[in-house]
Design a protein around this ligand. Structure first.
Ligand SMILES: C[S@@+](CC[C@H](N)C(=O)[O-])C[C@H]1O[C@@H](n2cnc3c(N)ncnc32)[C@H](O)[C@@H]1O
Length: 196
């Protein structure tokens, strides 16, 4: 089964219910936003709470988008089913692009390619907001059919080499079970030497 089919199968059975709480304050307010890998809308709900001007929410899973569209009915949102490497250029430019737990689905090589491709979708003063699993997260030892890349600060710095970025790692221990550690990585990045 390819990754898209795996995600469709996942969303047929389950979904995330809670809303993302880690979105930096004001990161979306009054802005045109692109959310990549929006899933069933966990982060999208947090984006909308910040009163953006408009949001394009992208995922390659039809099942994820179906769930998101059933619960999020907001005129500011346009849902697009697309593979992140095949985003149509007609989408235009965005003030902020959010990738929440999307990168772990791409290899480091793919991530590098992805961020140079993403440049053309950011306004010259636009900002990228990233959150994902970090190396050492308890999921690393779990078997999964999903492609999984657990990030380090050094790897993400490399991946974002054409951006000016602030990268932070966060560990939550104990997490759920006393033995588990939840480790995540966040980045806020702006373009370094590309101009529109
Ligand atoms: C872990 S979920 C994150 C969902 C959401 N961003 C959140 O914060 O809850 C990852 C999502 O990325 C989507 N995805 C993975 N690889 C993708 C790709 N190459 N193109 C488009 N969507 C992708 C999956 O379908 C899934 O919905």
């Amino acid at each position: 089964m390819n990754q898209q089919a795996l995600w469709d199968a996942f969303y047929k059975k389950q979904s995330w219910q809670r809303e993302t709480t880690s979105l930096p304050k004001g990161s979306c307010t009054g802005k045109r936003i692109l959310e990549l890998g929006c899933g069933n809308g966990k982060t999208l709900r947090a984006i909308l709470a910040q009163e953006p001007r408009a949001v394009v929410a992208v995922d390659f899973s039809a099942q994820a988008l179906k769930q998101a569209q059933e619960t999020i009915k907001d005129k500011r949102v346009t849902f697009v089913q697309a593979e992140v490497f095949a985003l149509p250029h007609e989408l235009g430019k965005f003030d902020s692009i959010l990738c929440y737990y999307l990168l772990n689905n791409l290899s480091l090589k793919e991530q590098k390619k992805f961020f140079s491709f993403l440049n053309s979708f950011l306004t010259s003063s636009g900002t990228l907001f990233i959150e994902d699993y970090a190396k050492g997260d308890y999921r690393e030892n779990k078997k999964s059919l999903f492609k999984r890349t657990f990030l380090t600060k050094a790897a993400l710095t490399q991946v974002l080499q054409n951006y000016q970025s602030t990268i932070t790692e966060h560990a939550f221990t104990p997490y759920k079970k006393a033995s588990a550690t939840r480790k995540i990585i966040r980045a806020i990045a702006t373009q370094q030497w590309f101009s529109n």
